[in-house]
Design a protein around this ligand. Structure first.
Ligand SMILES: Nc1ncnc2c1ncn2[C@@H]1O[C@H](COP(=O)(O)OP(=O)(O)OP(=O)(O)O)[C@@H](O)[C@H]1O
Length: 385
């Protein structure tokens, strides 16, 4: 520590040096001068943008000063948390947790963002226990098949004992992929399938899987700026059953994404399949869970249930008035995305509409929120002249 502080003694007048000296006796966990300098530059850059991100909204000078010298046991600093939002001022949120400890070390920034995003999950709130509810009670949201093109429910899981993307080593990526592969034989019946590593997959096959909405896209600038794409494509891949109705993404944004999807609006069937698969894999792989925050994920928007239930839906009358569509969606706590997912545009009038909140409610309630909202959206669409 002392050896490290000596070079800055000559510049005691600078705010960076003062912060370091102040913390010298209070904590072993403090960032080095180079990181602090980058952080100061990043904060200045963010202040100079018109960004509408939650990062910009909640990273006040006071919060910044309180957090800028801290780091976690994995050496993650505030820079690791905010760099994606700084690089991408068009981010909706703009922060990621490089490791689980970040949620507490940088709680002065995470907590208000979590509360804002998840509709009032306060810093003293506790996420409810996992509860998939009565899996036989969710409806087909569009029995006539006029509006809903496909339905998908996904959840994220982190393997216990591993940090998130920015802190993973190449060896850990490989190890995690092997661990997943070793469990996949356990799937029975229509969940049975094969694992396809990204390394070695032809570009044509990869692009077809992306175009068909089965596989994550490559080169996501938000994840790249968050330092989440190191050693790509090592340790990344996709498992799917023959019918491509049940899929697992390995080491994209989260360690695992478990996905159930199919054409049409039969949410009940999609949900039952996901619940069966998650219950099955949870018996074989231990997942990171936090007492207060629920299941842990890389992005704070996914904490808690981690569930995003979505439909691809065509509502031409509502789409002709995007403001109205957004108004209805927000009334039902829904999020509207483009056809290829977050940060994309609607193609041919097809929107991806999903539950926005994932914390402070159960898995069942999160999916029900989407279901109720979509039923209402279809009703409004039918009533419009
Ligand atoms: N209901 C749906 N039917 C078909 N494809 C869907 C549906 N919902 C999402 N997708 C597809 O899933 C892929 C991934 O989308 P996207 O990355 O937005 O969401 P995600 O996997 O839930 O993760 P995240 O919220 O972290 O971005 C995209 O190709 C998207 O079009």
């Amino acid at each position: 520590m002392l050896r490290f502080l000596q070079p800055v003694r000559g510049v005691l007048a600078s705010p960076i040096a003062r912060s370091l000296i102040k913390l010298r006796f209070s904590s072993d966990k403090m960032v080095d001068a180079a990181v602090l300098e980058k952080l100061e530059a990043a904060f200045k850059k963010l202040q100079g943008t018109e960004s509408k991100s939650l990062l910009k909204k909640y990273l006040s000078q006071e919060v910044f000063d309180k957090l800028k010298t801290k780091k976690t046991g994995f050496n993650s600093s505030l820079l690791d948390v905010i760099q994606s939002g700084v690089e991408n001022p068009d981010s909706g949120v703009g922060i990621y947790a490089p490791d689980a400890e970040s949620y507490s070390t940088f709680s002065d920034l995470f907590d208000p963002i979590i509360e804002d995003y998840h509709g009032g999950f306060k810093k003293d709130a506790k996420h409810p226990n996992k509860d998939w509810g009565d899996v036989d009670t969710l409806p087909n949201v569009d029995p006539t098949g006029e509006y809903v093109i496909s339905t998908r429910v996904r959840c994220g899981r982190s393997m216990e004992g591993y940090p998130f993307n920015p802190c993973l080593t190449e060896a850990q990526y490989k190890e995690m992929e092997e661990k997943l592969k070793a469990t996949l034989d356990g799937f029975q019946g229509d969940l049975k399938g094969s694992y396809y590593p990204l390394a070695g997959m032809t570009k044509e096959v990869q692009q077809k899987l992306i175009d068909d909405h089965f596989l994550f896209k490559e080169g996501d600038r938000f994840l790249q700026a968050a330092n989440a794409c190191r050693f790509w494509p090592t340790g990344r891949g996709i498992f799917h059953n023959d019918a491509k109705t049940f899929l697992i993404w390995c080491n994209e944004e989260d360690h695992l994404r478990l996905i159930s999807m199919q054409p049409g609006g039969d949410l009940g069937q999609v949900y039952r399949r996901l619940v069966t698969a998650v219950n099955d894999i949870e018996k074989r792989v231990p997942f990171s869970h936090h007492d207060r925050l629920g299941f842990l994920t890389f992005c704070p928007t996914n904490l808690g249930t981690t569930v995003r239930a979505s439909v691809h839906i065509k509502v031409p009358k509502l789409a002709a008035n995007k403001a109205k569509l957004e108004e209805v969606a927000s009334k039902f706590n829904l999020q509207v995305r483009g056809t290829r997912g977050e940060h994309t545009e609607a193609e041919g009038g097809v929107y991806d509409i999903s539950n926005k909140r994932r914390m402070g409610l159960t898995e069942y309630e999160a999916v029900k929120e989407m279901s109720d909202g979509i039923l209402e959206i279809i009703k409004i669409e039918k009533e419009l002249p």
